[in-house]
Design a binder for this molecule. Structure first.
Ligand SMILES: Nc1ncnc2c1ncn2[C@@H]1O[C@H](COP(=O)(O)OP(=O)(O)O)[C@@H](O)[C@H]1O
Ligand SMILES: [Mg+2]
Length: 301
């Protein structure tokens, strides 16, 4: 029996012994391992029930982005949408292998960063999982800001050898969730940093240390980073913003991933019409405009 299966069995026995309902804490079982056995339906159900209780008191930390819906609104419809995507990812992974997933989309401002963070929060709700969210958008890092933390030092500094991997890892107010911000680098140097020899061992380390590593990336059609990042991940999730994402750009993103042999793990439709009116909207769907926008900034630099 794999370690996860044993851990789940032990948790189940403890729960029966203590008379706890599935959502209640009975101590922290061992984390899933890469070598765990296949999940039976009841093991999968135990895993999903091992979430923090829905009414768990959360400290509403000052300065956190209001986009962190699964953190603030644990029983809202939006949070449930993230949870169903999480369930899909978990069921695609019956052997509990460690997974590194990149989140991308065709152009900027389609919701990649918000999706990366909220998906990571949803995964971290499962007590057995240790989750890392990494900002690989060196040009427009935003994850640290969402968590009211400084942008650097971060991944850029690790890849330049200025700090160690362990020094870059930050605790977040969310239990089980850790962050590596983008750090500080010139936009021109961003792609070469990812292509450097230092990148692969760092990604390996993340994959070894965390059950799920969620990587936020720059837009696929504007910079080539996803071609490099995708090679170091198990797969990519594409974000499509309803009524915003240009069809040509979305198709181009899919083609780009296919020619690089990067597995597409799923596609998330996001947007006001899907999840309610909480988020601000209002941007053009022309990806050429965004392309120029990204490139212009790079040239200025
Ligand atoms: N699911 C969503 N629905 C509506 N607006 C969203 C959604 N996700 C993100 N947004 C908003 O879109 C803007 C861009 O989101 P962000 O995640 O930074 O995009 P990207 O990382 O693709 O550039 C932000 O103002 C954010 O609040
Ligand atoms: Mg972003």
């Amino acid at each position: 029996m794999g370690r996860i299966a044993e851990a789940l069995k032990r948790a189940e026995q403890e729960r029966i012994a203590t008379g706890c309902s599935p959502g209640q804490s009975v101590g922290r079982p061992a984390a899933p391992t890469r070598t765990g056995g296949a999940a039976t339906p009841s093991q999968m159900s135990s895993l999903l029930h091992a979430e923090l209780p829905l009414d768990a008191p959360l400290t509403l930390a000052k300065g956190l982005s209001e986009s962190l819906v699964p953190y603030y609104e644990r029983s809202s419809a939006i949070t449930e949408q993230y949870r169903s995507f999480r369930t899909r990812l978990l069921s695609q992974n019956p052997h509990y292998e460690h997974r590194t997933l990149a989140i991308t989309s065709a152009v900027p401002k389609e919701g990649k960063s918000v999706t990366a963070m909220n998906l990571a929060i949803s995964l971290a709700e499962i007590r057995h999982l240790k989750v890392l969210v990494v900002d690989c958008d060196f040009r427009r890092g935003s994850l640290a800001r969402m968590l009211n933390q400084p942008e650097s030092p971060g991944l850029a500094e690790v890849l330049r050898g200025e700090i160690t991997y362990s020094e870059a890892i930050r605790h977040t107010p969310i239990p089980n969730l850790f962050l590596i911000p983008a750090g500080n680098t010139s936009q021109r140097a961003a792609t070469s940093l990812l292509a450097s020899a230092a990148a692969n061992p760092v990604f390996q380390r993340m994959q070894n240390d965390y059950h799920y590593t969620i990587i936020d990336t720059p837009p696929a059609t504007t910079v080539s980073d996803i071609g490099i990042i995708g090679q170091m991940c198990n797969g990519v999730v594409i974000v499509i913003r309803l009524n915003r994402t240009d069809e040509t750009a979305a198709k181009r993103t899919v083609r780009l991933l296919q020619v690089n042999n990067i597995p597409i793990m799923g596609c998330l439709l996001v947007g006001k019409d899907v999840v309610g009116s909480r988020f601000g909207t209002g941007f053009s769907s022309s990806y050429y405009r965004y392309y120029n926008y990204y490139r212009r900034e790079e040239k200025t630099e």
